[in-house]
Design a protein around this ligand. Sequence first.
Ligand code: FES
Ligand SMILES: [Fe+2]
Length: 412
Amino acid sequence: MALSNSDKIKQLVSAQQQGFSLGQAFYKDVDVYHGEINNIFLKHWLFAGHVSQIPSVGDYFTFEFDTESVIVVRTPAGEVKAHMNVCRHRGSRICLEQSGSQKSLTCPYHAWSYNLDGELISARNMPDDFARSENGLHKVKVELLGGLIFVCLSETPPSLAALRQDLKQIFELFGMSTMKLAEQKSYRIPANWKLAVENYQECYHCAPSHQEFAQIHVMAKSPKVFQTAKENFSQANQGNPKFIELNRYFDLAEEGQEGYQYDRNPLLRNALSGSLGGKTVAPLLGSLQEYDGGASELMIGPLSYFLIYDDHMLSYRFLPTSVDECICDVSWFVNESAVQGQDYQLDQLTWLWDVTTQADKTIIRNNQKGVDSRFYQPGRLSEMESFQQSFLNWYLQALVLPSHIWLVQQQD
Ligand code: FES
Ligand SMILES: [Fe+2]
């Protein structure tokens, strides 16, 4: 008798060896991919965008992964709401553009029209017994975290209460809710999404692959050098609220809370920002008064990453379009009062991470090509890939869990 999908996935998970890269099926098998969509992407909070992208009533953008599309919109009451981009008539996509501004949301197929709150307001020539009130757009849960818009497609999303409390000061310090989006770039990568996430989570490849990045970021060095530099940096900045350390990324299972992590790392060679030569590239963020020569790493949920320099912030996310393709979206944020061309130049602001992400795109594509080979077998991870290993442990358990409850225990 053939194995059910869930039995097949369970077998794959239990055959996976600690300390090794994933087996080939995890990167190629469509049943695994569907399991990931159900257990990870549909159950967790995902970074959709920032409030500065929809300042006025009717402004919207779409957020997409796999087969799903969500409309994130500013309503007449000034709220941010999210609806599935699926018409309740015969299912057409409603918003076809990635962003725009509309008084109402009208389906391009037969012109059913919804207000910005998602209620159906007109549908022509429908039978008398048709109930408009029962045909509003499917609602999507949405939460604002310091101006960052997160959506969750589950009816019962993980709680954000602990995260909100712990990160409040960080959101305020960097002026997260009053930043503005300066630039957004999407990199389409012909590889399974996990190869992109794993690559982002380890800096074993930084020294050989990212010359520009390695000149500025200490994590490209050996774990020992990195740890010493980090400890010295924290010591020198004791009491500074920017230097709190929160590590609740993979271990919030039993409380049903979404995971998060925050820490601050030193930059190299007196660099002040993530830029060519470490030079400043924009006015300081939020209420910051000076540069400290560091950068903060913030992770919210399992799949949304933020890198905060003193004068700009980047967001990173990796969204699958299918089992063998993903999109890496990178956004650059600056102080809301900064004027482009005057206070910052886009090419200077985006240079480091554009060049780094272009290089990553090539690395990840080549990784997938090798993983596709009949000769691929899981390889041993280095000690510079420990965070990747933590992610893999979490991932493997999330894949077989019946709910969003996280039960990962870190391996020593
Ligand atoms: S599918 Fe949208 S109006 Fe018919
Ligand atoms: Fe990289």
